[in-house]
Design a protein around this ligand. Sequence first.
Ligand code: ADP
Ligand code: MG
Length: 790
Amino acid sequence: PVHRSTEVQEARLRLPILAEEQQVMETINENPIVIVAGETGSGKTTQLPQFLYEAGYAQHKMIGVTEPRRVAAIAMSKRVAHEMNLPESEVSYLIRFEGNVTPATRIKFMTDGVLLKEIETDFLLSKYSVIILDEAHERSVYTDILVGLLSRIVPLRHKRGQPLKLIIMSATLRVTDFTENTRLFKIPPPLLKVEARQFPVTIHFQKRTPDDYVAEAYRKTLKIHNQLPEGGILIFVTGQQEVNQLVRKLRRTFPYQPVAKQVTENAEALEETKDGADAEITETVEDPKELEFDMKRTIRNIRKSKKKFLAQIALPKINLDDYKLPGDDTEADMHEQQDLEELEEGLEDEDENEEELELDSGESSGQRQPLWVLPLYSLLSSDKQNRIFQPVPEGCRLCVVSTNVAETSLTIPHIKYVVDCGRQKTRLYDKLTGVSAFVVTYTSKASADQRAGRAGRISAGHCYRLYSSAVYNDCFEDFAQPDIQRKPVEDLMLQMRCMGIDRVVHFPFPSPPDQVQLQAAERRLTVLGALEAQATPSSSSEKTLDLPPAVTRLGQVISRFPVAPRFGKMLALSHQQNLLPYTVCLVAALSVQEVLIETGVQRDEDVAPGANRYYRKRQSWAASGNYQLLGDPMVLLRAVGAAEYAGSQGRLPEFCAANGLRQKAVSEVRKLRVQLTNEINLNVSDVELGVDPELKPPTDGQARFLRQILLAGMGDRVARKVPLADIADKEERRRLKYAYHCADMEEPAFLHASSVLRQKSPDWVVYQEAYELQNGDSTKMFIRGITAIE
Ligand code: ADP
Ligand code: MG
């Protein structure tokens, strides 16, 4: 029996899902798999585990709940423990770097990545009686994979007479990928809709869409607070840094001074002030530096604990033909990686913030009522996150500045006004290189509508969109594409194989990636050495012959790096001879389009070398020392290195103009270098890389190693010069002067005129990119980024 406080009881009774308890439980009892869809805030996450608990599902085994976001796993376990009056040892959470799970745990909240990891060691999930996959509408890669795995685990458990229930929960009714995919579920699972009261929300678009949406959000919030009746304000921006920036500005404008007598009279409040952690909230921070310092320290601490955790899985030094396997695998879930990004961001752009802060401190407000401004993002400590649920001090208006965590994962009470910047941070993949970067993009219409919906829970509300209706109509997709379909297939293939999923091609994905591409990915991974070369048929049994090639030790290491496997391999091999900074720079440079301007050499023309006015300079870059070996990539490396140096001397624009570099590309390369460096530092324990603005040209020895590494990474992009000696016809010989036969291609491809190796035209080369160009009615293939194989 559960003993709830009257306060909790009353709050529960207001939740729509409570009225449906009986129907929900009947459906779950009668069906192995059930889908529950209900508006955010209807009580799915906090109540369903309790229904199951009270129905006896936690008696012999555990109730497991997965969340794509760590914030949600922690916050929800705490809330449910509180509501049920149970200790955290029984209602617990487990995320990648921390948790409070004990042998007594009955209800376990965890990230989707954690449960995937558990499946590797206990395929039948024998410790659980029921698994709830929460926030399935988010379509995170790991939740999608879990849906596929559980579609097979549930019938297996049934066969063993130990049934496992699966509940898929979604904040939207868009669940046909789960209900109508018969490869996934032969019998479509029943869909339960939780009807929620939702008050009308008036949508206000802007006439124009400003670029500086943080400044715009600030202005809009001032207006709301100064002119509109009471009711909480929820502001959506894209990342931790923007949240902090806006919180600081708003706190400056509307300072909250705790009333002295409140503090002395209320022992609890006193306790909180002493806590120190709170100082940041209650005090008006006069010196922004102090606050920055506090943030920096917090970040450093998190980083330290991650480091400690990662130290147990040290990545060993890698020899060109000796790939040692790290002790253990880490999961790197998408949202967690975003956390890492946020974490680094906090460190990077501090100075910028301060400047802004100074600029705005002069603005005044007519409003006397204080604003109770709270930040919300993934990496915020859970104590601070919890503030959003605590009562607002007398006479204050609540204002929460949040990332999209508040879209569906956490329901903030008392919101009447939503300010939506219409953007979010997304991990975008370069389809050519697989290198990913976080960029700010427009959200989907579905997300925008979810955000607006947050304003209509207590009464009629308002949503202020900081973009025009034209932008909404033309630039917003209807729905976000599932993450699994946006991820490069090679990455996905390797990652799933590292998880122990052997037959990725036959895997029951809710929304499958392209099958042909999956097969091609397997082949490419084999060529790279990430998968074992297929064993030659021998006397072994049919069954083993049937198995797909195993993941190699190199493959395990490659999967750690946040880049396409070919680059992952290059980075893995660079873990010696101080080569990592060069490879990072090279990978970053290769990932940005058109760093080098090709004047006079149209991409669709095949003109003679030298037509490019920068050609000579580039020749000299490539030829210096012994580096002709590295060919075009060396040009890039030298160009970026020299540009960085010029930049550190304040001469970047002149340098770019004089040497034919695209300045914007150079700064993109730099950003990518920083990002890659940070992610490597966090994921690979015995490395402490920096981004050296004065990256010296590699020594001869290093250049030779780099070449070897480059060839190793590009092993599937080999081309051989068409032997001209065999061609009798003179015209034909001329036509094929720079022609190469590439693996996997029927027609020959031509060495691009911008290549510094064009005059030499080596017999064997590897290339970075092959592309086709329209030339009148016909098309012609070109290859670029050439390195000679000798
Ligand atoms: P759903 O999962 O359907 O979106 P939830 O179960 O997360 O809904 O939320 C139900 C209600 O519980 C919401 O009104 C939310 O504000 C409230 N709630 C959640 N966590 C807390 C908390 N820590 N303190 C107070 N209220 C909370
Ligand atoms: Mg929920």
